[in-house]
Design a protein around this ligand. Sequence first.
Ligand SMILES: *Cc1c(COP(=O)(O)O)cnc(C)c1O
Length: 399
Amino acid sequence: MTIYARRGVPTVINAAGTLTRLSGAIMRPEVTAAMAEAASAPVDMAVLQAHASDVIAAATGAEAGYVTSGAAAGLLVATAACVTGLDASAMARLPDVAGLKNEVIVARSQRNGYDHAVRTTGVRLVEVGLPDRASGAGVRDAEPWEYATAIGDRTAAIFYVADRDARPPLRDVVTVAHAAGVPVIVDAAAELPPQANLTRFIAEDADLVVFSGGKAIGGPQASGILCGRRDLIMAAALQHLDMDVMAEFWAPPARLIDKDRLVGLPRQGIGRPCKAGKEEIVGLLTALELFIAEGDAARHARWLAEARIIADGLAGAPDTKVDVVGHDDIGAVPKAMLRFPRGHEARGAELIRALLGHEPAIHADASDHACGLVTFNPMCLRPGDAETVVRAVAAALGT
Ligand SMILES: *Cc1c(COP(=O)(O)O)cnc(C)c1O
């Protein structure tokens, strides 16, 4: 009996991807073993985070890195770092940002649910651009001059959400930001694969970048990476670590926290409620090393095999079309996609409901159901799941 069965909690088949609400990535046995080992001995967290900084710096090309309890937590402490710098009294005041740099600029098209983590620091988002999807008059997204003219004395940072199609290009945003001495925070939470994105945004001169640990990297669900400029990582660490310590006995590794740069010891910061445990830190680092070692090609082949089992199993179902999207792009996640014909789009929603009623419940990617598309993402499938999905879909379609 599994731990979930013993506790009366049903497991599900996750064909929707590394969604937080469906518990994120499935970890490899090496990662769970590393976490169990990490759990068995005490360690100085600042020393462990300094080691994590070295590993993350090597993987991303950044000056320094830090393990957070997720990409969203990373956004919170990244923003806090940009607001306070190394000013310990400013750290103590957050989320009261009166009189501090209390504005963060963002393209209106990039507003999203996770920017709540940015706003949690107390800053106000200043939106630029007008991605006009309503008037049909042609769409122009935010442009670099709009960022440039929005920058003022109160600007703490520019917030940029990375995406294949994000406009304007990050490099152009960084250029106008740095001309005004403003740092750029990049949300790249779900931008892996391709693996090259680990270094890409730092190479494009972003000041801070966050990635989720519990998505493609395959780390603990409650882990994330923050990487970037050493002084900003130091400011983030100071607002995240437990600071219940006496200055005269405190000797954090200087490459993470250079004590000599502080006028005094900050107290518990705004990031303290998002603590990352030693188990998450070691698990994330182990997963990151395995992610890099596997490489895009092998990972894509592994996922493609699962997507093909589903696509091949569903081929020939009446009145549907099935494809494997992303089969020819090793930087993408290949997915099986079932398409219902025009006029019959509602059958997509019916199928999704039927799969949720299956035992165990099967969660498909429902995001395009209104267009008659039901997508099966292989990232969180376990051995045998793809075959179960095929049988359940065939039964639901009556074939
Ligand atoms: C998933 C996601 C997040 C949150 O990541 P966590 O690691 O779950 O905190 C933030 N931003 C974007 C764009 C995401 O896709």
